[in-house]
Design a protein. Structure first.
Length: 219
């Protein structure tokens, strides 16, 4: 032995202050994702999550104050992963029909995925007694998506490509049109499996016909 303790001999870059190790945080979130998605919010216990993540309860509480905070962080991490690249579709200079077609297909596939549907069901199940959690979930997901789309519509209106008097309203309408007959059947269990690419493309194509008839440049 050279007289150094394990801590003293650890490279400075490998040491982290309590609650600041990104690898440990990712492990906790991964464990939480497995447990929450399998058991739901109420049935999932902190002990279950610790076992899945391979950490002690004291370690988990260094990173997250309680199960609610952990659940929110898990949802946020998964949302960022799933929606990565979605907003980037809206910066294209292609015609609006092409951009909205690609955006609508990607969005519908995400919203109808097993991961998102399970998370939405969990939120619905606890929203009545924990409305603030439901509000934050909606603001971080649906409202953020619609805000991105509304800003895209504002740019297209300014360029003369679309005629939209209320971009935020049009954003909400487009999301509903693009996911018509797809998302709600998934959410309520009528459709046990995600829609096929063909079903998504057909739904979005129909949505575009209606949307551009209402908001096209010649409207």
């Amino acid at each position: 032995m050279d007289g150094k303790t394990r801590e003293e001999g650890t490279p400075r870059a490998a040491r982290h202050a309590a609650g600041q190790d990104p690898a440990k945080r990712r492990a906790i979130l991964a464990g939480a994702n497995c447990v929450f998605m399998e058991k739901g919010f109420d049935a999932a216990s902190v002990n279950d999550i610790c076992r899945a993540a391979g950490v002690s309860k004291s370690t988990l509480y260094v990173y997250f104050a309680n199960k609610e905070e952990l659940f929110e962080a898990m949802v946020e991490a998964e949302r960022n992963r799933l929606f990565e690249g979605l907003t980037g579709i809206l910066v294209s200079d292609r015609p609006p029909a092409d951009v909205l077609g690609a955006y609508g297909c990607r969005l519908a596939a995400i919203l109808c995925s097993d991961q998102v549907v399970r998370a939405q069901r969990i939120i619905i199940g606890i929203a009545e007694r924990m409305p603030e959690l439901g509000t934050r979930f909606f603001a971080g997901g649906a409202m953020r998506t619609q805000a991105d789309l509304a800003r895209y519509f504002e740019r297209q209106v300014a360029a003369g490509h679309l005629t939209i008097p209320d971009p935020p309203l049009a954003a909400a309408q487009f999301v509903e049109l693009a996911t018509a007959r797809l998302w709600k059947p998934r959410l309520f269990g009528k459709a046990p499996a995600p829609p096929t690419d063909y079903e998504i493309e057909a739904s979005v194509a129909e949505a575009l016909v209606l949307f551009l008839k209402a908001y096209g440049p010649d409207h």
